[in-house]
Design a protein around this ligand. Sequence first.
Ligand code: F3S
Length: 64
Amino acid sequence: MLSSQNIKIDIEKCIGCGTCAALAPGTFKMNDQMKAEVLDVVTDDEATIQSARDCCPVQVITIE
Ligand code: F3S
């Protein structure tokens, strides 16, 4: 199980498309600036998080 420490978003480059939060709502949320954030408690499985990473149009999500 991944934790929030394992998942990084390059916030400067996030264009706020919301795909990550739509695909993995147990991991990502959109903040008031329409940038993605990683939730403190991650509840999606790894495959779901990887899918969200792969679907980010600007590829700013990394999993360690
Ligand atoms: Fe931003 Fe990519 Fe998510 S652009 S909102 S990190 S899918």
